[in-house]
Design a protein around this ligand. Sequence first.
Ligand code: 13P
Ligand code: SF4
Length: 306
Amino acid sequence: MSQEKLKKEIRRLAQERNALILAHNYQRDEIQEIADITGDSLALSMEAAQTDKDMIVFCGVHFMAESAAILAPNKKVLLPRLDAGCPMADMVTAEGLRDFKRRHPKATVVTYVNSTAATKAETDICCTSANALRVVRSLPTDEIIFAPDRNLGRYVASHCPEKTFHFWEGFCPTHDNLRADAVLKAKAEHPDAPFVAHPECLPEILELADHICSTSGMYEYVATHPSKKFIIGTEMGILYRMRKENPDKEFILANPEVLICPNMKLINLEDLLEALQTLAPVVTVPEDIRQRAKLSLDRMLAVPRD
Ligand code: 13P
Ligand code: SF4
């Protein structure tokens, strides 16, 4: 089937099934193009929680579909490729976190949403890259366990010197592979372009950044900043919407060889169509885990915005 026919059939079937198609900002261009809503991991889960559609097709990775299933228990949540995982989310287990908590019994556990439902169930409060600092500052405790992203954790800690942090040493292989030499080369080639980095990058990269923010924050920054050129330090999928929304601006990926997440590129149009045809694979979370995981997400959502 041609790409155009595939897209038409996906739209027709999504309507027939009364399905909402969500796509993360790192998905393939054609998936972002056909989705009802694109966004960061938190925004998409919140859309899932609010929708009045019968089902959700989540084009992202497994932990995101789980978050949707946690927040929208009465909806069917489909993940077109069940093998689309997140290596960082899998770097911490519920058992490992329980053991870590035993070693730091007074610490409040803050877990990045890039984690499994079972890990969230062991968590006091979740955070995203967009609200991590706000979440940690909202806590009355001065001792924090931060999991699983050591880079996001250290970034937050650098802004909260009054608190003691215990970091889980997980990382995103895609962002962690971006090195200073590549960024310095891009900066030398484009000296007038601000460098925007995701907090999943190494501390040495964040030191070179003009601005540090989540994927949703990046869209806002490049749209409102007067510069006509930007060096981007996050996964390449973000370029699709940046270029579409800012046709007069130029976006340079800090290192195109490493800034690609293979898991985020798994779902293609054929997979999406098949999920709508077969109503599979479905992502579910056992009810006892779901309820405890939901508490940690609800606490995060209750933190007031600035
Ligand atoms: P955000 O879109 O929430 O910034 O997350 C980045 C990421 O790595 C998702 O997998
Ligand atoms: Fe996980 Fe990194 Fe891929 Fe996001 S970009 S899904 S954090 S491996």
